[in-house]
Every structure is written in structure tokens, then in C-alpha cells.
Design a protein. Sequence first.
Length: 140
Amino acid sequence: MTELRIEVDGGRHWFSPGATLSGRVVWRLEDDAEAIELRLFWFTSGKGTEDVAIIDSVRTDAAGRAGDQGFTFPLPDGPYSFSGSLITLTWALELVAIPHGTTERIEFVMAPTPVEVRLESLGRAPLGHGLNFNPSRDKR
């Protein structure tokens, strides 16, 4: 039986920009793993081009069949988690067994408040109040 598990301290699913995300990873595999790697990243989904950026990673070489390891990641100041009608940006941790390719992923919110930024509410702000939209320049 294969098991990969990511445990975030306190079971939290929301972090402020600049906070520290810490916890523990656990693995139980049928065969020895060359390595176990935990990745902190964000990705976009929705219409248009999808992007991904790996911010940091922790690798345990010669991981064997079973083990556990603590981790700590300082979070950057951005980008914030957000969602809109066309695109969403999601933060996640992903644990990968190499070369097995087995993965486990958990998603979380990184924003100033415990909910992701909703782009629909930003679209109603008057110009000059945080939005720099120029229709003649931003045609796509």
C-alpha cells in the first residue's frame, strides 16, 4: 500500500503573506524511493494560459520505503490567492515520490484575509482607486 501525506501544523488552510508554513510529510511506499520532494508552488487555472511557479522545495534523498520529515517554508509577499470568472490562482504543497511519480497535494489560501481575493468585487472599484485599467492600452 502506498501512502503520501502532508500535515500542516494546526491543520490550517489559510496563511498571511510573509507567514511561515510548517508541518510534516509522511511516506509509506511499496518500493524504495530515490527521493521524496515537497514543493511549495502556485498555479493558475481557467480560460487562457495556465501558469505555475515553484517557489521553494525540500528534497530528501535516499528516502527508502518509509519515513517522515518536518518542513518549514517562509511564504512570499505574493501573489495572493484569487478567483474570478476567467482565472484562479491557487497555492499548494505537493509531495512527490521519485521516481515513482506518486503525488499528494494540498491547497491553501495565501491572502491577507482567510478567503481568496474575489476579482469580481475589484472590478467595481472606481478608476484611480487601486486599478490601473486603460482600455486603449489593455485590449486583448
